[in-house]
Design a binder for this molecule. Sequence first.
Ligand SMILES: [Fe+2]
Length: 342
Amino acid sequence: MASSLPRTLPASWYCSKPLYSLEQRAVFLKSWYLLGPVTKFKENEPVVYEYAGVTLTATRATPDDASIVVVDDQGKHPKTHLTPTGLLFSTISKAAPSFHEFFPGLEDVLSKVDFRARPYRRSISYYGDFNWKTMVDGYQECLHCAYTHPSFSVLYPPASYAVVNHHNWCRHIADPEKPDDGLFLYFFPVCTLNVYGGGMSQFRVCPTEEPGRTRMEFDYYNVEAGEKFEEYYKFVRQVAIEDYELCEKAQSNLERGIYAEGILNPVKETGVAYYQQRVLEMVLSQHHEDKQKKLLKQPAYGASSESTSSQPELDSSSYSGNSNFALHSNAARAKTGVAVST
Ligand SMILES: [Fe+2]
């Protein structure tokens, strides 16, 4: 029974610099990011983003939404996608697939909301002492909600909270009795969008070079200004602070070296299992790709044949292996035997 239950990523993946370096190439360079609703971009007021070491600048030239241009720190234009109802997405590298390949079916769901209807009001950004996955773990389940978010739990009873997984995106259903009541989305790997009533918020969980440190960026939108907006802001900030404190404690526990990995709740943590599986698949795929490239660089035979045959599974200069990496599900994963040491 236990062997069929989804398992977490190893704790070492939350604390390892070499693993983050692998995630940069495996996950971040191959993904899409929500920059925001078009209302965020005012004429000639550049908005700067940074994802996994790549800086993007989005600038609007005219009132026409199509005039919003994104450039990276090399002056190159990444792939971008503007949805019909006003959300702007971008990649940080050409290595990412097309938008529709990365997020199949997402645009149908987005088409039901006019994202231009809620004016941009405010942003806030700060650092936290936790890995990016520690925050996403918490966003992708609501088992912690009753304890951590007493005010939120009055509005959204955690007992009925559900997460529906799609390819690279997840929809959170706060109340299954009212599936059209609000829109709560997670975009793999690090973006979210939450629309309810006249309010809308998005946050980005931006990794840094330090695996135990993350920059949180929030943008808030609301049809209301003034006091009514401040009421909304106070409520959503309270929930965000509660999550922040929980993440710092969870990260501290992950770094103690006692907890290694565990079993996920097969009903209440399907969102966590899904996104962690995507991280795992992409990291393993990159590892395989790196290994193939390395082998191709080796001479066919001769002086280096000995070193080829004795090549360790993982190069310690980039990330080192250990044998306890055997994550949930199947032999293919276990066979790969990738692990990242701290
Ligand atoms: Fe939370």
